[in-house]
Design a binder for this molecule. Structure first.
Ligand code: B3K
Ligand code: ZN
Length: 885
């Protein structure tokens, strides 16, 4: 915890480091009540930093300095200065060696940053600034060094000792201890350092790279999880192959290791050669992990693996450039998942997530550009904007340059910058240089925050056979940025004739038509594109594949949306038309609720969904997506003032109406798919995901009928399913139903069966946290007393408290403010225990401007109570103070 006033760090103040560290030699002596870290740093003056020998200031936090020597000369108290977060001394030559020994306390590190214990194992998390909690160092990504690491620990408790690179020596000591030395031949910034010591088992495999080198692959887990690693291993091999094929990138060490740990602040970490993963992002098998969990494991394994090139070989100059590695790597993992599964389903999932959560962030008090200008605590900037919007920005570059041009650009980027710490500008420059393109204006996507609005109007001239689209763009003000300049918005589009056929597209001035889908680069505040040779009034299909992260406005009628749902050649836009239709229908009903009128469900939505369900030739996963009404969170995001109760009532009423109108169809599709599930062993592949997705959404609609045959089918699915996807859906549906006896029995038997599996218990907590029936807060409070719950484990906090505040909106936003008070209480406790988790948990309180005056007051009061609650971590302080500003 800091006692100094939190400082604001600005991008514009960036300076190259005064000193460099060519070699880093670390020795760890791990004990139960303390650990010793010896560091030998081979350093020199940075020639790029100018003349003279300025004082050397190293980062360090919570370290107890035992000894310090400069070129083998022990330094005394007068030779250096130790402050709360630094150690300063005066070098006497341009090259020198610094030796330090510090004592640290991983056994009591609950922030899970630096070296800490997860259960009985030691592990590390250094990104972004955790290495300074391990030893005194230049803990910044532009200081890249070659590391050797020796780990020593008691042999019986810690038979496995791991670090980055290749093992080069090991030995035993007389006192029951042993040691291993690892050498990483690639220079790297300290944030990619990793160490693991524990009693672990491993699953082994190998991969032969495109140049014929054999790489040993190992996944280390606690012994009870050894049967849940195969899916991650398969995903790793697919990722290695894919990166060779899609980007020409080959793996570079002789060994690649993944370690699963239970206590982890996020999903996983790409440490060089030694990825450390939240166990939830590694472990998956049919009985314990859902289809969604399988896909998440595949995506995260790929993401961390891809970082080996986008992040590790080419790293970030400073943390303002975080999206350089994260945006690009999210884009790469999305391409990979699209190739491995259904591209349209993947796109729909990503866009729904972006529009619900990133758009909300972009409209809230923490809004920042993809490359932020300043921060207090960098941990707060691992955001949806840096990751997901960052990936959209890379995707737009690909859309503008084409796939081939993009690949040329990425080749040049890797060739130019291998082994360097670079900036977003360097990335864009490589894209420009490889294509002879000018992306100057495009780069505003990196510097301007907020979600642009793009409103479109049309004009058809039957006599001239011309059709014009006029685009008007604007972007709302965000903190620190009141005025925005025009973005370059790639609009992929097509035109449909009255039969639903695509019209060949020819712009005024062109000699011939160019395909039926094309990209218009909208780069002015207002701009018109005119198509010629258009012999009937067309219907435009705009922003195909969601070609830019904007809010598109076009005055489609409901009949036009139904037409697009049927005929658009772009799968994404067929889904999008369905979503827009649902939004229009639901918004009408929200208004009816607010005016105290009886709710009326527009039957056109029911009929549109009926035709989806009737057509058995359609991709079942897409039908399931179509049937999923926009979430309450998304309806909140697009509301001016969100009326939580009206949104919930309207959506539930629509679900009821759809359920009763389409009962027979749901029942037919459900039974057919359930029968196949019954007869088919679980397979984690797209077509099986699709079948189960439709089966499960059908079940959730069917249960709204309360018919005994459905309840019996649901209980049967719960009890008999051989996989977690079917079992958990049945449980969730029972929990949200009024069938108390069946619900209680299912919850109890599930908990009894899975009590020793923490990841499955997380799902048990989440399902209950999401129960929207009255009394949600009390249920969550009671569950916090359950023996399987602890605030010390981030997965538990997310599964119960996070799920409640983010997904159970009617209960969390209770009009008396009890939900807000509860969340603030947890944040105050977690602020001391784990600041990163505390600050993430806070997000639902920061969105107070979205709600009515009563709720606004209650939410603000809780933010103020947090601010006054005592010493705040910089993480929590930054989010609370910015959201009250
Ligand atoms: N790079 C890490 C995130 C580290 C977060 C530090 N607070 C995981 C990832 O994006 O791959
Ligand atoms: Zn990443």
């Amino acid at each position: 915890m800091r006692t100094e006033q939190p400082k604001v760090i600005h991008l514009k103040d960036y300076q190259v480091p005064d000193y460099l560290i060519d070699e880093t030699h670390l020795t760890f002596e791990l004990y139960e009540d303390r650990s010793l870290v010896h560091a030998q740093l081979v350093m020199r003056r940075n020639p790029e930093a100018g003349a003279g020998l300025p004082p050397l200031q190293l980062h360090g936090q919570d370290l107890e300095l035992i000894s310090l020597a400069l070129n083998d000369r022990q330094l005394g108290l007068g030779d250096y200065e130790v402050a709360e977060e630094s150690l300063t001394l005066q070098p006497d030559a341009a090259s020198f060696t610094l030796d330090s020994t510090v004592v640290i306390h991983p056994e009591s590190n609950t922030a899970l940053e630096g070296l800490y214990k997860s259960g009985s194992m030691f592990c590390t998390q250094c990104e972004a600034e955790g290495f300074r909690k391990i030893t005194y160092y230049l803990d910044r990504p532009d200081v890249m060094s070659k590391f050797t690491t020796t780990v020593s620990a008691e042999k019986h408790a810690y038979p496995i000792l791991l670090s980055n690179g290749n093992p080069i020596a090991s030995g035993e000591e007389d006192d029951g201890r042993h040691w291993t030395t690892w050498e990483d031949p690639f220079k790297k910034p300290a944030y990619l350092f990793a160490l693991v010591a524990g009693d672990l088992w491993c699953v082994e495999d190998s991969f032969t790279t495109m140049s014929g080198r054999d790489v040993a692959l190992r996944i280390y887990v606690e012994p009870e999880n050894i049967d849940k690693c195969q899916h991650a291993m398969d995903s790793l091999k697919k990722s290695m192959k894919w990166d060779e094929d899609a980007y020409g990138r080959e793996y570079d060490l002789d060994i690649f290791m993944i370690v699963a740990v239970n206590d982890f602040n996020m999903g996983a970490m790409e440490n060089k050669g030694l990825n450390i993963f939240n166990s939830s992002a590694v472990l998956a098998r049919a009985e314990t992990a859902t289809d969604a969990a399988h896909q998440r494991v595949e995506a995260i394994v790929a993401h961390e693996y891809f970082h080996n090139w986008t992040g590790n070989r080419v790293t970030c100059r400073d943390w303002f450039q975080l999206s350089l590695k994260e945006g690009f790597t999210v884009f790469r993992d999305a391409q990979f998942s699209a190739d491995m599964n259904s591209p349209t389903v993947k796109r729909v999932e990503d866009v729904s997530y972006l529009r619900t959560h990133q758009f909300a962030e972009d409209a809230g008090p923490m809004a920042h550009s993809v490359r932020p200008e300043s921060f207090i605590e960098i941990s707060n900037f691992y955001t949806l904007t840096v990751y997901e919007k960052g990936a959209e920005v890379v995707r737009m570059i690909q859309t503008l340059l084409g796939e081939e041009g993009f690949r040329k650009g990425s080749d040049l980027y890797f060739e130019r910058h291998d082994g360097q710490a670079v900036t977003v500008d360097d990335f864009v420059k490589a894209m420009e240089d490889a294509n002879g393109a000018d992306l100057t204006q495009f780069k505003r996507w990196y510097s301007q925050a907020g979600t642009p609005r793009l409103s479109v109007s049309e004009q058809y001239d039957a006599a001239a056979k011309t059709y014009s689209l006029t685009f008007r763009q604007s972007c709302p003000p965000t903190p620190g940025q009141s005025e925005k300049l025009a973005f370059v918005i790639p609009v992929s589009m097509g035109l449909l004739d009255g039969q639903g056929n695509e019209i060949a597209l020819r712009l005024q001035g062109e000699d011939a038509s160019v395909g039926t889908t094309r990209v218009l680069a909208v780069d002015q505040p207002e701009q018109t594109f005119t198509f010629v040779g258009v012999s009937e009034q067309p219907l435009p299909s705009l922003l195909r594949g969601f070609s830019a992260p904007v809010k598109l406005e076009f005055p489609y009628s409901r009949d036009q949306l139904m037409f697009l749902m049927q005929h658009d050649s772009d799968g994404f836009n067929r889904w999008e038309a369905g979503q827009q239709l649902s939004v229009q229908v639901l918004q009408d009903m929200i208004g009816q609720h607010q005016r105290g009128e009886a709710l009326q469900l527009d039957q056109r939505l029911v009929e549109a969904l009926r035709s989806q369900l009737e057509d058995e030739s359609l991709d079942q996963a897409m039908v399931a997506e179509m049937l999923s009404l926009p979430s309450e969170a998304y309806l909140t995001e697009i509301s001016e003032v969100a009326d939580v109760d009206a949104i919930h009532q309207a959506r539930e009423f629509a679900r009821q109406g759809i359920s009763s109108a389409l009962f027979d169809l749901f029942w037919k599709r459900y039974q057919a798919n359930r029968e196949i599930s019954r007869q088919t062993p679980y397979v984690a592949q797209a077509e099986h995901f699709a079948r189960r997705a439709l089966q499960n959404i059908a079940l959730s609609y069917l249960m709204l009928s309360g018919k005994p045959e459905v309840v019996a089918a649901c209980v049967d699915q719960f009890e008999e399913a051989d996989n977690m996807t079917e079992r958990l859906t049945a449980l969730a549906v029972l929990v949200n139903s009024g069938f108390e006896a069946e619900r209680d029995k299912a919850l109890a038997s599930f908990a009894e069966h899975f009590k020793d599996n923490p990841l499955v218990m997380d799902q048990w907590f989440s399902v209950q946290a999401g129960n929207t029936q009255p009394g949600g807060l009390e249920r969550v409070q009671q569950l916090m007393q359950h023996p399987a719950f602890t605030l010390k484990n981030p997965n538990k906090v997310r599964a119960l408290i996070g799920a409640f505040a983010n997904q159970n909106l009617v209960n969390y936003h209770r009009a008396d403010g009890a939900g807000y008070r509860f969340l603030a209480d947890q944040v105050i406790v977690l602020n001391k225990l784990n600041p990163q988790i505390a600050s993430r948990l806070l997000a639902p309180l920061t969105r107070w401007r979205k709600y009515d005056a009563g709720r606004q007051g209650l939410m603000k009061a809780e933010l103020e109570r947090i601010l006054a609650s005592g010493e705040l971590s910089s993480d929590v302080y930054e989010v609370v103070s910015k959201s009250l500003a």
